[in-house]
Structure formats: structure tokens, C-alpha cells
Design a protein around this ligand. Structure first.
Ligand code: FES
Length: 155
């Protein structure tokens, strides 16, 4: 079984003081574990459940429901391209195809050097500025082929 670091456990305990019950700290705990371990394996989810003191099935349900929890290893830069309706109408599929060609991978995969993971995601709340994407925690809007090339070159 995976053991979370003392630092992560301390962060979970500190965060738990803000809420009336331990369930409320579950998402934070999963996030901190992902930050520490890179992704949430079943063992990592179990360790979080133990640290937060919630049933393992509950932690598993939350971790698998939310797309920002990685259930398998990801690259250094996780490209989350919105392909929901508004972004698709603005050309997201062309952008997706361009990124796939530039990186030499298909959606859902990671480059062999571990630098990029490419994922399609549902709406990221930037419908008026599509096509839109998030890389790690940075949002990019009004994407064009040229913008993609500039962004990838900088990374
Ligand atoms: S549909 Fe792409 S951000 Fe909403």
C-alpha cells in the first residue's frame, strides 16, 4: 500500500479543520495526493481514503468521476482541449488534429519523452472564447494553428 508523505497528511489535516465533516476534505486530499504522486492509482486512492477517513468506495467514486484526477501517469504538460459544442463550432476538431500531428500522438496518449499528454475534455467554462484549452493550470483562448505552435514551442 502507498503511504502518503507527512506533508500531504498534514495538509489534509489542516484543511479538514475548515469543514464540519471529513467528507468535505476528500477532493482536497485527492488533489494533494495527485500533486505528490503524479497520478491516482487505486493504491493512492486507498491511501487518501484512509487519510481522510472515508470509505474507499467513496474516494474511488470521486476520483473516477472528476476528469482532473489522473488515474494513470501523465506527461509534464497535460493539454486539455475542450471539444464540447461551442468550441467544436469554432474549430476545436481542427485544433485537436493539429496538436495530434505536432506531437505525434493521439488524444488520450502521452508523448514517449513524457513531455505532453493530450486529452479532450468537456466544457471548461470559456465558451465565448473558443476553441479553448487548459495546460496544467493555465487557460488559453481563441486558439488558432499559429497560437498552438507558439504555445507548444514555449513548452
Ligand atoms: S464549450 Fe468549450 S469552453 Fe465551453
Amino acid at each position: 500500500m502507498i503511504k502518503l508523505s507527512d506533508k500531504t497528511i498534514a495538509a489534509i489535516e489542516e484543511n479538514a479543520t475548515r469543514y464540519p465533516d471529513r467528507n468535505s476534505v476528500l477532493m482536497f486530499g485527492l488533489w494533494k495526493a495527485q500533486e505528490e504522486l503524479g497520478h491516482l492509482s487505486p493504491e493512492a486512492i486507498e491511501a487518501v481514503a484512509e487519510a481522510v477517513r472515508v470509505p474507499r468506495a467513496k474516494a474511488q467514486g470521486v476520483a473516477t468521476y472528476h476528469s482532473l484526477y489522473w488515474k494513470k501517469p501523465v506527461g509534464e504538460n497535460v493539454i486539455m482541449l475542450c471539444t464540447n459544442v461551442a468550441c467544436t463550432l469554432m474549430g476545436a476538431e481542427t485544433i485537436l488534429e493539429h496538436i495530434e500531428n505536432r506531437l505525434g500522438i493521439k488524444e488520450g496518449h502521452t508523448t514517449p519523452d513524457g513531455k505532453f499528454t493530450l486529452q479532450e475534455v468537456e466544457c471548461i467554462g470559456s465558451c465565448g472564447y473558443g476553441p479553448a484549452m487548459v495546460i496544467n493550470e493555465t487557460f488559453y483562448f481563441d486558439l488558432t494553428i499559429n497560437k498552438i505552435d507558439d504555445i507548444l514551442a514555449k513548452l
